[in-house]
Design a protein around this ligand. Structure first.
Ligand SMILES: Cc1cc2nc3c(=O)[nH]c(=O)nc-3n(C[C@H](O)[C@H](O)[C@H](O)COP(=O)(O)OP(=O)(O)OC[C@H]3O[C@@H](n4cnc5c(N)ncnc54)[C@H](O)[C@@H]3O)c2cc1C
Length: 390
């Protein structure tokens, strides 16, 4: 392999998840020559992207996340038309259910902010929520927010779609190549390329988009990226009487249990109680029996009759403030970082790739100001909390 791996590139993108392929496409489309994406697995989208639920929403608690969503969802919904490639997209909305006055007040305030920025969000009472999703246990619901332009798209379709678009724009994608570090100048001020198991590839620009595995690569140039792996297990059920007809993603905000119709059953998940960071992705039967199923039956009693069709675990890439780390690095010219999407990076893949290409070509992101997401915010204590982590 070393023999046919190029030794120089105009830009190297590390990681072939949704973030890496979107970035490779947008760099090449913006005129960056010889864009090379390196992915260590045998295929693309086998990290967090391939394990994700595919949801997209405008309903976040921070302005920057809403702004990213507005542009990214526009890009997801127009992807097929713009690129002439298939993408399965369902716009059946996200429904957040609130069961206490304080939470309901906070979600109403967030909805006001989301509307001010241009998103559509409706406020519903319990009856309105049940009208949308018949069979919901409505007792105790004091209010709900519904985003009619939120929805679900196919993670594999978007990842492979951007990979195809990137190749068409002139980028090269190589799988089975492990990046072992970033090469920097002797004074540490400039990126020279990447080190791989097959030797160095020189490049004036490196984009680190290796998901939850990014911190180890960043450390090779002394950069601390505070991203930790938190396993999340999803369960797909079999068909059952009373299964919702709509594909609306429903979230119980007191536990962050969620479900949406998928195939003939529902797909569901809940943050595991008290779990710490680990790269272990083994499914946990006790968690399903004692935490997930009781929460599911409480909210949608009909699910008790369903069988378990399949289950898997993927890694959330969590930062201390649940916002991603995106942008250039102070004092290290030629490095751009895009990681730590804290469980909502699938939907932001399109816009983040576009923003990074703007930074690479013009020196700054012009579509959206992403200064608040810069890597230095942690050492400077400038955290921007996000509470809607589903
Ligand atoms: C269970 C679950 C459900 C989710 N649901 C949603 C959702 O509904 N909506 C949403 O928006 N987000 C969701 N997410 C989050 C979303 O999946 C991630 O935020 C997003 O996929 C991150 O994309 P990425 O490209 O940054 O990382 P990844 O997809 O993890 O890609 C990183 C890639 O880098 C590669 N790599 C790592 N190290 C190296 C190396 N040394 N050399 C070369 N390549 C390397 C990996 O193999 C991997 O392919 C969910 C995540 C999980 C786990």
């Amino acid at each position: 392999m070393a023999g046919n791996l190029t030794r120089t590139a105009g830009a190297v993108v590390v990681g072939g998840g949704v973030m890496g392929v979107s970035t490779a496409y947008h760099l090449a489309a913006a005129g960056v020559r010889d864009v090379l994406l390196l992915e260590r697995e045998a295929g693309l989208g086998l990290g967090s992207t391939g394990r994700c639920a595919g949801g997209f929403r405008h309903q976040f608690s921070s302005e920057i996340n809403v702004r990213l969503s507005l542009e990214s969802i526009r890009m997801i919904r127009s992807f097929s038309e713009v690129h002439g490639l298939p993408l399965d997209v369902h716009v059946d909305g996200y429904l957040f259910l609130c069961r206490d006055a304080a939470t309901w007040a906070a979600y109403r305030a967030d909805a006001e902010m989301q509307r001010r920025l241009g998103a559509r969000v409706d406020l519903l009472d319990a009856a309105g929520a049940v009208e949308l999703i018949p069979g919901l246990a409505a007792d105790g619901i004091v209010g709900a927010t519904f985003g009619p332009d939120d929805g679900i798209a196919d993670p594999s379709g978007l990842t492979n779609g951007y990979a195809t678009a990137a190749r068409r724009a002139g980028a090269t994608i190589r799988t089975g190549v492990t990046v072992t570090g970033i090469a920097a100048s002797a004074d540490g001020g400039r990126v020279l390329g990447v080190e791989t198991k097959e030797g160095r590839i020189e490049a004036p620009l490196v984009v680190l988009a290796a998901g939850v595995w990014s911190p180890a690569i960043a450390r090779t140039v002394g950069l601390d990226v505070p991203v930790q792996p938190y396993p999340r297990q999803l369960v797909q059920t079999t068909d059952f009487a009373g299964r919702p007809a709509r594909r609306t993603l429903v979230i119980e905000t007191s536990t962050m249990f969620f479900f949406h119709r998928e195939g003939s059953g529902i797909l569901m998940g809940i943050p595991p109680a008290g779990a710490g960071p680990t790269f272990d992705t083994s499914p946990d039967d006790r968690f399903v029996a004692e935490e997930l199923l009781p929460a599911a039956i409480r909210l949608l009693p009909a699910v008790e009759a369903a069988g378990l069709a399949t289950t898997w675990v993927g890694l959330y890439e969590m930062t201390p403030d649940h916002h991603p780390v995106v942008g250039p690095v102070d004092g290290l010219e030629g490095l751009l970082v895009a990681t730590g999407f804290s469980g909502h990076g699938f939907q932001h893949g399109p816009v983040v790739g576009k923003l990074l290409a703007e930074v690479a070509v013009t020196g700054r992101a012009t579509t959206i100001d992403i200064g608040v997401l810069r890597p230095e915010r942690f050492s400077r204590g400038e955290l921007i909390p996000e509470s809607h982590v589903v």
